[in-house]
Design a protein around this ligand. Structure first.
Ligand code: PEP
Ligand code: MN
Length: 262
C-alpha cells in the first residue's frame, strides 16, 4: 500500500480538537481519577499547558485485584466537574460492557485498554455507540490483530476510531514495555485511521516519557496520550511514570518542534 499522506487519513473529532489530519493532539491527565483536589488541580494545569483533552481512569483494569480499582461512579462525577470547569473533552477507559451506556452518555471518548483489545463483546458494544473510541494495542497483539479489533468497531458503524501504540511485551525488562514505533509507521501505511502513542506505559518512569513522546511526534503519530499528575508522589496508580503537571508546558513546547519535523 502507498504511504498515506496526512491529507488522506480520516479525522476523529474530540470536542474542539481534531485527531488526524495535520495537527498533533495531546491528551494528558492522571492514570486515575482520585479525589476532587487532584482532579481539579491536574485538569487546570492540563488546560493551561495548551493540551487538547483530559484523561483519567474511573474503572481501572489492575493486574492485582488488591490494587486500587478506580472510584467508579464517584470518579465520573469528578471527571464531569473537571470537564465542565476547563472545557476540555474527557477520555476514559471502559472495561465492562455493563458500563458502556453510562460512559457513552457522559464522556467524549471511550478508551479500550490493552488488556481488552480482543474483548469482542466489549468491542461490539462500543461499536454500536457513536462515541469516539481510543483503541489501545494489546500487550502481545500483532498489527494485524489490532487492525481486526478496530474492524469490530467499524463494522458496528462507529467510524470514529483512533489507534494507540502503547508498547508491547518483548524480551527486554529494563523498562515497562517496548514502544513499537515501527508499528506506528505500518498502521499509517495500512489504515486511514489516526494513530496516537502512549509514551507513559512503555516508559514506566517519568524521565523516559518526554523522549518517547518526542519520538512519537517526529515519527509521524497524530498525537499522544500522556499520564500527568499534579502530585505524582501521591498518585494511587502509575505515579512513577506520571509527569508532574509543571512539566507539561515544556513537553508541549518541545512537541511542536518534533511534530513539525515529521
Ligand atoms: C491506562 O491508560 O491507564 C492503561 C491502563 O493503559 P493500557 O490499557 O495501555 O495498559
Ligand atoms: Mn496508567
Amino acid at each position: 500500500a502507498a504511504k498515506r499522506s496526512r491529507a488522506t487519513g480520516s479525522v476523529v473529532r474530540l470536542g474542539q480538537t481534531v485527531i488526524g489530519g495535520t495537527g498533533f493532539a495531546v491528551i494528558a491527565g492522571p492514570c486515575s481519577v482520585e479525589n476532587p483536589t487532584q482532579m481539579t488541580d491536574t485538569a487546570r494545569a492540563v488546560r493551561d499547558s495548551g493540551a487538547h483533552a483530559l484523561r483519567g481512569g474511573i474503572f481501572k483494569p489492575r493486574t492485582s485485584p488488591y490494587s486500587f480499582q478506580g472510584l467508579g461512579q464517584a470518579g465520573l462525577d469528578l471527571a464531569r466537574a473537571a470537564k465542565e470547569e476547563t472545557g476540555l473533552p474527557f477520555v476514559t477507559e471502559v472495561v465492562d460492557v455493563r458500563d458502556v451506556e453510562l460512559l457513552a452518555e457522559s464522556v467524549d471518548m471511550l478508551q479500550i485498554g490493552a488488556r481488552n483489545m480482543q474483548n469482542y463483546a466489549l468491542l461490539r458494544e462500543v461499536g454500536a455507540t457513536r462515541v469516539p473510541v481510543l483503541l489501545k494495542r494489546g500487550l502481545a497483539a500483532t498489527v494485524d490483530e489490532t487492525l481486526l479489533a478496530a474492524e469490530y468497531l467499524l463494522d458496528g458503524g462507529n467510524e470514529q476510531v483512533v489507534l494507540c501504540e502503547r508498547g508491547i511485551r518483548t524480551f527486554e525488562t529494563s523498562y515497562r514495555f517496548t514502544l513499537d514505533m515501527a508499528a506506528v509507521a505500518v498502521f499509517r501505511e495500512r489504515t486511514h485511521l489516526p494513530v496516537i502513542v502512549d509514551p507513559s506505559h512503555a516508559a514506566g518512569e517519568r524521565g523516559r516519557v518526554i523522549p518517547l513522546a518526542l519520538a512519537a511526534a517526529a515519527g509521524g503519530a497524530d498525537g499522544i496520550i500522556v499520564e500527568s499528575h499534579c502530585d505524582p508522589a501521591a498518585a494511587l496508580c502509575d505515579g512513577k511514570q506520571a509527569l508532574p503537571t509543571s512539566d507539561l508546558p515544556e513537553l508541549m513546547h518541545r512537541l511542536r518542534f518534533a511534530a513539525a519535523a515529521a
